[in-house]
Design a protein around this ligand. Structure first.
Ligand code: NAG
Ligand code: NAG
Length: 174
């Protein structure tokens, strides 16, 4: 009975780990410009996005001094023209979290005079997980920001292992 109880605990822990893993696979959080830069006048944002792939459910956080910058979400025309006149939304907390809810391209710039023209703007292409190959944000992925591969399959494998463990223990104990 002692062994059985211990192994049931192990099985439950394995299942909890599987659930935690599946939750982690639901989205990634990125700090814009990090780790080499932030939301500032020095970071090459085209380079930064080219080394990452964004999926629905991911978050990006703009971190900056609110005395120096802001964040304005605009459409493509505003992005191209560095104009925040017809903005989608504007942020100035210094730590603005934006959820990338759906596939498509999101455009952000700093609305302070001259900052966008100096390169402080970013276009983020959000793609479905299944269609992440190809396109401007595609290659090559950064290892540290990779998502769990085959999350659901791994969860199911762990669940099956946990259940068979319980079955084996049940057979042993009785
Ligand atoms: C994204 O941000 C929202 C709102 O702050 C939060 O609820 C969610 O857990 C975040 N997702 C990730 C993947 O960090
Ligand atoms: C965003 O647009 C509104 C009008 O829709 C404007 O009043 C506001 O000043 C704009 N915000 C910024 C930061 O440009």
């Amino acid at each position: 009975m002692e062994i059985r109880r211990a192994l049931v605990v192990i099985a439950v822990v394995a299942m909890a780990a599987a659930v935690a893993q599946s939750a982690a696979a639901a989205g990634m959080s990125y700090t814009v410009g990090a780790p080499d830069g932030l939301w500032d006048m020095h970071t090459d944002y085209a380079d930064w996005v080219s080394r990452r792939t964004f999926h629905p459910g991911d978050n990006i956080t703009f971190t900056y001094s609110r005395e120096l910058h802001d964040v304005v979400e605009v459409g493509k025309a505003g992005y191209d023209a560095c104009s925040s006149a017809n903005n989608v939304s504007a942020f100035r907390s210094g730590n603005d979290v934006v959820t990338l809810a759906a596939p498509g391209t999101r455009y952000f710039l700093c609305g302070l005079t001259g900052h966008c023209a100096n390169g402080m703007k970013i276009a983020i292409r959000v793609v479905d997980a299944a269609s992440s190959a190809g396109g401007p944000n595609a290659s090559p992925p950064v290892a540290s920001s990779g998502r769990a591969v085959g999350g659901l399959g791994a969860v199911m494998m762990m669940g099956v292992q946990a259940l068979s463990l319980v079955a084996v223990v049940g057979g042993m104990a009785f």
